[in-house]
Ligand binder design. Structure first.
Ligand code: MN
Length: 227
């Protein structure tokens, strides 16, 4: 049967040294660095992982100029390590989680902090705080074999030349594999899924014209907030 409207092209992310990674879903974890949990007023070990999602077409490529998001006065950056899955499954163990990893990228979980604060107060969903257009800028994906061991890497966010976030990945409360295991207990993970693995302390507002760089291990993302 024919489509009744033009079908959309599948969102995709460039892979280092060539190729495109087709995006299926975008999962995100909240509160995953001890110091960020404290800055947001929480106790790091008190709760199980909090997951939320963004639409697949929220991805924006490296080098983008991203318009300042509509309907907010408080657009925040959250620099994050992103994991790209080449396979999936339900109820994975740690070895299964490792096997599912295609590669890593630097990403930014753009957030309407004003919406998130209202949602938290109201016990309401986070969709408008997190899942808006172009809310998931992501750099080129480095295949896992090439990325090597990231355990000694840091996550750094630089806004207009000033380092705003700089934390070791060892500060993550739930490791990459832990996150995949926990997600697979709630969803059947599939090839093409991306996972934003949380942000360290230092989040803050962006202004039109800001240049944002996120770096972790060999991965890098650069984008600008437009007027
Ligand atoms: Mn985040």
């Amino acid at each position: 049967m024919d489509y009744v409207i033009e079908p959309q092209e599948r969102p995709a992310v460039r892979v280092k040294n060539g190729g495109l990674f087709p995006v299926r879903r975008i999962f995100c974890i909240g509160r995953n660095y001890a110091d960020h949990v404290r800055e947001m007023g929480g106790d790091p070990k008190a709760q199980p992982p909090v997951f939320f999602t963004k639409p697949a077409d929220a991805v924006a490529p490296d080098g983008s100029v991203i318009p300042y998001a509509q309907a907010t006065d408080n657009l925040h950056f959250e620099g994050e390590l992103v994991v790209a899955l080449k396979s999936g499954g339900k109820n994975l163990d740690l070895a299964g989680a490792r096997d599912a990893i295609f590669g890593y990228a630097a990403g930014c979980d753009l957030t309407r902090r004003d919406h998130q604060a209202r949602a938290k107060d109201a016990g309401a969903p986070w969709d408008t705080a997190k899942g808006f257009d172009a809310s998931a800028p992501i750099g080129e994906i480095t295949p896992a074999a090439e990325a090597g061991d990231l355990s000694s890497a840091r996550l750094k966010t630089i806004v207009d030349g000033e380092t705003r976030q700089d934390a070791p990945l060892t500060q993550m409360i739930w490791s990459v594999e832990d996150i995949i295991v926990a997600l697979s207990q709630q969803f059947e993970l599939k090839a093409g899924d991306l996972i934003f693995t949380g942000t360290p302390e230092g989040v803050g507002p962006l202004q039109p014209g800001d240049d944002v760089i996120v770096e972790t291990g060999p991965c890098r993302l650069a984008f600008r907030i437009g007027a």
